[in-house]
Write a protein that binds this ligand. Sequence first.
Ligand code: PLP
Length: 489
Amino acid sequence: MSTRAAASAAASSSQQFSDILLGGLAVDGGLFLPASYPQVTGAELDAWRQLSYADLAYEILKKFATDIPDADLRALTAKTYTKEVYKNARQGEKASQITPLRVLEEGANGTKLVLQALSNGPTLAFKDMAMQLLGNLFEYALAKQNAQLNIFGATSGDTGSAAEYAMRGKKGIRVFMLSPHKKMSAFQTAQMFSLQDPNIFNIAIEGVFDDAQDMVKAVSNDLPFKAQQKIGTVNSINWARVVAQVVYYFRGYLSATTSNDQKVSFTVPSGNFGNICAGHIARMMGLPIAKLVAATNENDVLDEFFRTGVYRVRKSAETYHTSSPSMDISKASNFERFIYDLVGRDGDRTRALFQKVETHGGFDLSGKPGADGDEFKQVAKYGFKSGKSTHEDRLNTIRDVADDYGIVIDTHTADGIKVARENLEPGVTMIVLETALAAKFNETILDALGEDAERPEGFENIEDLPQKFVVMPPDVEKMKAYIAANTGL
Ligand SMILES: *Cc1c(COP(=O)(O)O)cnc(C)c1O
């Protein structure tokens, strides 16, 4: 159901997992969530501790995707979560564990800091964890309906490449991905443009990211064209992506513990609130998570909310370009899912609050005079904490971690470690989610360490590979003509 469903409509607006898989927003503009969170028992957790990642993913997805036959779902997770797909594990990590843990430090006072690697997939960032499954789910769902889908989006880096690597070679799917011409790093450009698959279309727009994003909006607003060309998206509000991310919170907890009375906290480098939203859902399902700590960079919309109860989105001019660029967001697109729970699953309240975001740039749940509500006092009940990390903090953390533990972490993970250290508690294991490998953000690594980040095998000469892309002006009609010519629809 939708986070904006009127109470009277809630019961009748239920939809199946497969129906919302290929859709985006609910018709009322809200985000999809289940009518209630499926619960896990202690016995299930015990049994799951020994499972492979793929089998664990099957058990968890089964609780949400109730309309996909068991055997099909098992085949889909088995095909997705393999050591061949998530092969970029560091030395000392087992690729077969898919999201291996590495203990960084155990304090004398009983604190423990652990890294969970989520970036061993094809594009070296955590978005592969969900996107690879999405590619297989899409192909499966489309084949059943004998349908096709043309994914159309804009990227400044990680999401676009994760989508292309998930959809390449998939039957019934094409990807049209816009990016700002000559504005991505050489590594990111090479990753995307070196794909030669006939169903992948890289379009470099003469302009900045916002120009590319505006073109996506303009084309998507032409509803007849969108329907005719079977256009869809894979952005971070996609419900199946969020569900797929729930799995690694279970894997992290189960791998870090030996019994269910042990508590674990997670620190999550956050931007659009998609990753940590999955942690919230895992906790609501009954996973014994103590704290969920949102780590932001200088773009601290989320940190501000979790400190004060005020959600104040930023304008473009107030959104900084930082050295952890995948967290440079001014408006957290999945935040509405958490607020819906926070206000007692009241769709009318949620709708009013997020309409106020559009009209007044935010809302205030601090409970102070004139505020929109006082639910901020409930936030602690959901385990949320937060912190912020700056460019200077990132450089220092990358240096510290290299010196102390001999591994090189990326800039986003550095934000996570910095904030995690401020939130360690005796007797509670703190897991930091590693959201990218350092090779993707080499410029900052070079600044911090004076040497290049190591590249996983196969990425050594990626910039030298032949590239396939077209350059286009930001012209909506030309874009439509290009799409139609290539879909033949
Ligand atoms: C996307 C991304 C994030 C932010 O994740 P959200 O789900 O948007 O909060 C953090 N780090 C990296 C490397 C990313 O690619």
